[in-house]
Ligand binder design. Structure first.
Ligand SMILES: [Zn+2]
Length: 319
């Protein structure tokens, strides 16, 4: 039981053909919901903070709450910076005690991404911290990360990038996308129930990457599935979420059995918590104790996490 890096987690996940869930945290209820789900499933977990989360809660609070969560549950946790935009952002969280960082240089041209990532890796490795980098661009909106157009990772770049930068894991773009509206309706087909289905993930690119850097941990961002029952619940109780579409869980499950060792899920947790809060507020209009709606939101997130372990990650009893 400890705050650990992702090194051992990814080694076991790669060999065991499963993936570790990386959930975004920014408050007490989210941290408790996720880690109690991990405990119940006997799974390791990555808790990650975006720069938006750091602005909202502060690195010191988040680190202290994660320490408390580990003390309560005994679950192995990697505390990770999601989409660090700069060397300074990475340095700040390493100094605060994070064990893993992502430096996102995917919007730079290739050579600049290599140079900036390498600088981050040198600083992080000297302090026992692991680094995730990104090649290729995901579409969508995630806190401060906005990209209008995506482009897939070029498999011919990955060997060179990994060798030159010394990174520990690599986020790639094969068709996942940030946010709860991952694709426009016109990009999708519809199933028998009228539910939008996105274009399938590019497993051919993933396989080509795996061939070029065997044994190297791959990361998928934007891997929410946007459960339609949660969307329907939100809309039933006064919400207005339209055309929300995610990546089908079967595709993510398939990816988790490959070189993909880390799967980032954020929007699904937001939907589950919001649905629970809306239900309480709509059905008990005289309720005004925050614990009475944040508690159910926390329970709902815990259940969602456990569902993901079973249906997407395969990380149960692998802690
Ligand atoms: Zn991301």
């Amino acid at each position: 039981m400890a705050l650990v890096t992702t090194k051992e987690m990814f080694k076991k996940a790669y060999e065991g053909k499963y993936a570790i869930g990386a959930f975004n945290i920014n408050n007490l209820e989210i941290i408790q919901g996720v880690i109690r789900g991990a405990k119940a499933k006997n799974s390791a977990v990555i808790l990650q903070c975006s720069t938006g989360a750091l602005k909202y809660a502060g690195a010191t609070y988040l680190k202290a709450m994660v320490d408390a969560a580990i003390a309560e549950t005994g679950v192995d946790v990697a505390l990770h910076l999601d989409h660090g935009p700069s060397f300074e952002s990475v340095k700040e969280v390493i100094d605060a005690g994070f064990t893993s960082v992502m430096f996102d240089g995917s919007h730079y041209d290739y050579e600049e991404n290599v140079a900036k990532t390498k600088e981050v890796v040198e600083y992080a490795h000297a302090r026992g911290v692991v680094v995730e980098a990104e090649l290729g661009v995901l579409a969508g909106v995630e806190d401060d990360v906005v990209a209008e157009k995506s482009h897939y990772t070029r498999p011919e770049d990955v060997e060179d990038f990994v060798k030159k930068t010394g990174v520990d894991s690599l986020a790639i773009s094969i068709g996942t996308s940030h946010g709860a509206n991952k694709f426009k309706p016109e990009q999708c087909t519809k199933d028998a129930n009228g539910i939008l289905l996105p274009p399938p993930l590019r497993f051919d690119i993933l396989e080509e990457i795996e061939k070029r850097i065997p044994g190297f941990p791959i990361v998928l961002h934007g891997s929410s599935s946007v459960p339609q029952d949660e969307v329907a619940k939100i809309n039933k109780f006064g919400g207005n979420i339209k055309d929300a579409v995610g990546i089908p869980e079967e595709q993510l499950r398939k990816a988790a059995k490959s070189a993909v060792c880390k799967v980032n899920i954020d929007s699904d947790g937001r939907l589950a918590m919001t649905a629970a809060v809306r239900e309480v507020l709509a059905t008990k209009p005289s309720e005004f104790d925050p614990r009475k709606y944040l508690g159910p939101a926390r329970d709902s997130l815990k259940n969602l996490y456990m569902h993901k372990v079973n249906n997407v990650l395969g990380s149960d009893n692998k802690a």
